[in-house]
Design a binder for this molecule. Sequence first.
Ligand code: ATP
Ligand code: MG
Length: 442
Amino acid sequence: MYFSKSFIPILKNNPTEAKIKSHQLMLRVGMIKQSSAGIYSWLPLGFKVMKKIEQIVREEQDRVGVQEILMPTIQSSEIWKESGRYDDYGEEMLRIKDRQNREMLYGPTNEELITEIFRSSIKSYKSLPQLLYHIQWKFRDELRPRFGIMRCREFYMKDAYSFDLSDEDAFFSYNKFFLSYLKTFKRLNLSAIPMAADTGPIGGNLSHEFIILAETGENKIYTDKRIFDVDYTSTILENSSLEKLRRDYEKFYSVTDEKFNKAEFENKVPTEHRVNTKGIEVGHIFYFGDKYSKPMNASVDFNGKKEFVKMGSYGIGVSRLVGAIIEAKYNDKDEIMKWPISVSPYDCAIIPMISKNDSSNLEKSNKILDYLKSKNIDPIIDDTDENISAKIKKFNLIGIPYQLIIGKKTEGELFEFKEVGEQTQKLKIEEIASQINKAKSN
Ligand code: ATP
Ligand code: MG
């Protein structure tokens, strides 16, 4: 890609309307454009990042055997009346009428619709478990949309649903998601901690929020440092191994303010291990038994007996993650962003010094571009006539993790190559390609 031909509308200064760094940066480097309150268009840079996050989320769902489907954004009110949530959901639900005056709504979540899909086809316990997910836009008419795409009204979410015969089977399903979430966030280079969450009015059930630490987060969190050292890498997709993993996490006190109890915190966590900060919720898993299957009559035949299926739901905020990664990785003091290579909009920025009457650096850059592409690397060349320091500053903001600078110091076969935040190296193009590809394969 050539920068001069790209649609990356950079702003000179931080937009004043944005309060937190992810919102500022996303507007500054033209990742998103607000369309109306809490509703955004995704421009190429932002869209590329979100699509890469989506793909990682998808791969990790597939890996634990969840099947992908796609449900519509618009739903009928009828199923919501069956579950009793049509009234309960209140003002956050965007309600619409079609030309026949039928009540429709823009889905804020999909428990009802998936239950309807399940009950119309699955009749025998032998078809269980069923694990299904989709990645689709949601709409919630939030009271206070803010922080850009972090709390907006239209957002992109992965939501999965599990259907099992018994509580025991359902916990197994739950634990599969628990593990897959840890792996998903790890691939995004985030350390997300699972925290026991409130289960609402139907007590006794299981729920965890996955939270990443960030000063600008909306949730207050209280946790134990040692939770970061829990190792899940040897956990296998088998009941007792997964149960052990969950217990390993639950050994440590770790809650958001909803569940916080000062005495318990101080009692369970030695002073030197106490962490009291803020966090961003990037995922939420929930077991709720027959809360929907009973009123909506979703049951299976088990040896002649009718059993209401036991359900769970599992969300990841795919669009919110774009902002959450910025909150975790952006150094706003030095104005330097570094995307994890797994989700970076481009793999490498080629930054030539170009003067009016000398296009030799641009020609070199073109050759490098072709070479990197032949090695499955996705580069962008800054072919504009800005000076080199302005270009570097710009790419520090955009956050592509590798910069290849072609200027005065370029000697023969050796190029100035820099991983953002590290020392500049002088390397051959083959070495550069293999360094980038090594990072990509991790
Ligand atoms: P919150 O407490 O932040 O409102 P929630 O409990 O309503 O979240 P869920 O219904 O569990 O959220 O949704 C799953 C995920 O979707 C959340 O973990 C979050 O990452 C994301 N999400 C929820 N609401 C929004 C929003 N308004 N804007 C962007 N992402 C959101
Ligand atoms: Mg909410």
